[in-house]
Design a protein around this ligand. Structure first.
Ligand SMILES: Cc1ncc(COP(=O)(O)O)c(C=O)c1O
Length: 394
């Protein structure tokens, strides 16, 4: 059991993380944050590697990697043959999008919640092929799972060659009804890539049941593994052809060998994933998710009440990241200035953009408590020089 386990609810608390106690850290969503016992395990692995790098990377790594694969595959409900590791979801999504065989007249479907780097690769790939990128608007507040699924699926056509759908969107925290969307794409014979950057840890993931063509997700966000640890799972039909963006030693040896060694890197983030999984397994995933979802919900209410606005997401369409609309329109410059001003006040929170409006995106992780959101609300209401959000009119 890690030190710092909270007596109150039996869940690990802030003392298990290295987060600066002087800061209200409400942006777990961007990069994750790793518990101290998991960092210690990564440090042990690093020390072992540096004692004899050749022996570690050539001899020990394959065995360790096999154990990580078994653990992560079980956690994701995935078969091990389809599971490879990448540094992050940016690499995972781009590996798939760059490999799509597109031509003039073809279409690729994404939504207006798509992550900017993923969108950039979609633009690059479709432009290079003379294909069309169809962006489905999914307005906020989203009325229901059915309405979100319909907003996406109504844009499929006979020309759609790939659909790229977030499981949990970055700009909105919106939890897409991914099971319904994947099932209908498959029924229509449209390959689907699920961008599950935020899904592992935040939501239960069962790839065997979901059945996408491609899925990628970060272990460094809501599983709290060290940074640069992510998975890419690919359905059997694509394993013969999909290969890493960077040609590797094992390129001709099959799907998994091609991804196993993509050049020298520090593998200890990945190798510490089982320690992160153990950390949360001991606490109980269901209890962790319930805690985080409920805290994000309450935190968003506290902040919205103070701003006089209402959080948009209906139940079932949000989890541990919630939006609060700002009460006034802000320009891009004002949004960044507001982030900086809050940072100066010791509050870390992103201002996101969707549907022509700017929003505060609040994350909740075990190290947070309601007082963090109250501090944000206080800072917003009484930032130095007037209400922090009123920068545009100040
Ligand atoms: C939906 C989504 N996709 C992709 C990414 C990229 O993740 P990474 O920076 O780990 O590559 C993010 C990051 O926040 C994201 O939210």
């Amino acid at each position: 059991m890690p030190s710092g386990m909270a007596a109150e609810n039996g869940l690990p608390d802030a003392s298990c993380w290295a987060i600066d106690p002087a800061v209200a850290y409400l942006n777990h969503g961007s990069f994750g944050a790793t518990p101290v016992p998991v960092l210690a395990q990564q440090q042990r692995l690093r020390a072992a590697m540096e004692r004899n790098p050749v022996s570690f990377l050539v001899r020990t790594l394959p065995e360790l990697l096999a154990a990580v694969r078994a653990d992560v595959a079980a956690f994701l409900g995935a078969d091990q043959d389809g599971l490879v590791f990448v540094d992050n979801a940016t690499t995972g999504t781009q590996t798939v999008i760059a490999a799509a065989t597109l031509g003039p007249g073809d279409e690729v479907l994404a939504t207006d919640h798509c992550y900017p780097a993923v969108l950039a690769q979609l633009v690059r790939s479709t432009q290079a092929a003379g294909a069309r990128l169809e962006i489905a608007p999914v307005p906020l507040p989203a009325a229901s799972r059915t309405a979100v699924a319909e907003a996406v699926l109504s844009r499929l056509t006979e020309h759609t060659k790939l659909a790229v759908i977030d499981h949990v969107a970055s700009c909105s925290g919106l939890v897409f009804p991914i099971a319904e969307i994947v099932a209908e794409c498959r029924r229509q014979g449209v390959p689907v890539l699920v961008d599950g950057a935020h899904a592992p840890g935040m939501l239960p993931v069962d790839l065997g049941r979901l059945g996408p063509d491609f899925w990628t997700g970060n272990m460094h966000k809501w599983v709290c593994a060290p940074k640069a640890s992510a998975a890419l799972w690919v359905a059997p039909a694509w394993r013969e052809t999909l290969r890493p963006l960077v040609a590797s030693h094992g390129m001709a040896d099959g799907f998994r060998p091609a991804f196993d060694w993509t050049g020298t890197r520090d593998p200890t983030a990945l190798l510490a994933v089982p320690a992160a999984l153990d950390f949360f397994r001991r606490a109980g995933w269901a209890a962790v998710r319930e805690h985080n979802n409920e805290l994000a919900r309450q935190g968003a209410e506290v902040v919205a009440d103070r701003l006089g606005t209402s959080p948009p997401s209906a139940d079932g369409l949000a989890a541990a990241m919630r939006l609060v609309p700002l009460p006034v329109a802000l320009s891009e410059d004002d949004a960044r200035a507001l982030e900086r001003r809050l940072l100066d006040l010791g509050v870390v929170v992103p201002v996101t953009y969707h549907g022509g409006w700017r929003w505060l995106r609040l994350s909740a992780q075990l190290y947070n408590s309601l007082s963090d959101y109250e501090r944000l609300a206080d800072s917003l209401a009484a930032g130095a020089g007037g209400a922090a959000w009123s920068l545009s009119t100040a």
